[in-house]
Design a protein around this ligand. Structure first.
Ligand code: FAQ
Length: 313
């Protein structure tokens, strides 16, 4: 069958909502698109452990520490599912990780911001995981089978993460005036970076065209951002916090909130590695990887020893 015919059949499958599986024929651009998106998603989960890891030793109670630890471990698990899904596209985990280590690969802009107070643990769970869920729920219906199935389990865990964050921020918002102030300050600092997680406006998003045609994306960046904002404003009101956007206003006609413009210079600068913690995040990842060299060597030597024993027996 020639490629034009294969391409036609591929699009028929996509349009009929039939999942594409690793051994199926797929256009090279579809494969590359997924390698890029899934690996960036995996890197985000792995680098995303750092801002919260910063607070593990300073959690205000044993309960808070256990919950935060479980949440961070879940993020590591999400990274591993996603690397596995990305590997089914014919590129090894080592290759993907090399792209992360050298700074060639992107990961979500949000993880380049610092977490300065305990209230930030609330803001990250509530807003960052909340934004991640809105995106990932739609990705449960993405056209590539391994990615879609990975998303189902990830979404279940993310909703626990969102609730743990909301619990922290809600407790602080109803605490002492200083605690309420910390909660509001965390919201002020994390609001705009959280809504930037959805990426540039659709008109400035070069990847959206193919992503929608191939049903990799089931909703566009702007649609998902709007859905997140509509869900979150009420949650802020419930706990007496104010979204730091003077242009935020309910639009009766659209049945949605209107909101202000994001600072796109800041967004692109962070995406290109100029975020407040970009260098620190990459260095920390590389140091951890290098410090683990002896563990990998020992595990390999042990496996070789076991193999040679089995051969002798
Ligand atoms: N940050 O053409 P588009 C989480 C890049 S998971 C950095 O619109 P696309 C869980 C984009 O890659 C969070 N870069 O791109 C957690 C592209 O560059 P490229 C991660 C960004 O792919 C919580 C260029 O700009 N979630 O948080 C960003 O169609 C708490 C042009 O953009 C996912 O990855 C950004 N915000 O749409 C973990 C979900 N936005 O590659 C720990 C899956 C855009 O051409 C703690 N990914 N860029 O050089 C997606 O849905 C999409 O890839 C988007 C971007 C929506 C992120």
């Amino acid at each position: 069958m020639d490629d034009a015919k294969k391409l036609e059949e591929f699009q028929v499958k996509i349009d009929a909502e039939i999942k594409i599986e690793p051994k199926d024929w797929m256009p090279e651009d579809y494969r590359k698109h997924l390698q890029r998106q899934i690996s960036q998603h995996a890197h985000s989960e792995i680098i995303g452990m750092q801002p919260e890891g910063n607070w593990l030793l300073r959690a205000p109670s044993l309960r808070a520490k256990v919950v935060l630890l479980a949440k961070i471990q879940d993020e590591a698990g999400h990274g591993l599912y996603l690397y596995s899904a990305a590997e089914t596209l014919g590129k090894s985990r080592t290759e993907y990780l090399d792209e992360l280590k050298t700074g060639k690969a992107k990961y979500s802009s949000i993880f380049n911001y610092p977490t300065l107070t305990w209230a930030d643990m609330g803001a990250v769970g509530w807003l960052v995981d909340g934004a991640a869920i809105v995106n990932q729920v739609s990705l449960q219906r993405t056209s590539y089978g391994p990615y879609a199935r990975g998303m189902v389990k990830i979404c279940k865990e993310e909703s626990f993460h969102q609730r743990q964050g909301y619990e922290i921020i809600a407790d602080m918002a109803k605490g002492s005036p200083e605690q309420k102030e910390m909660a509001q300050d965390a919201l002020n600092r994390f609001w705009w970076p959280s809504i930037m997680m959805f990426g540039p406006h659709d008109s400035d998003s070069p990847n959206t065209g193919n992503a929608v045609k191939w049903k990799i994306k089931r909703a566009t960046n702007d649609q998902l951002r709007q859905s997140f904002i509509d869900k979150t404003v009420h949650q802020a009101e419930l706990i007496g916090l104010t979204i730091p956007d003077p242009d935020l206003k309910w639009n009766e006609e659209r049945g949605s909130y209107d909101f202000g413009e994001m600072d796109w210079d800041e967004f692109w600068s962070v995406v290109k590695g100029g975020g407040p913690c970009s260098k620190q995040r990459l260095k920390h990842y590389n140091d951890a990887h290098n410090n683990g060299e002896w563990v990998r060597k020992a595990a390999k030597a042990y496996a070789e020893k076991q193999n040679s024993k089995q051969k002798v027996a």
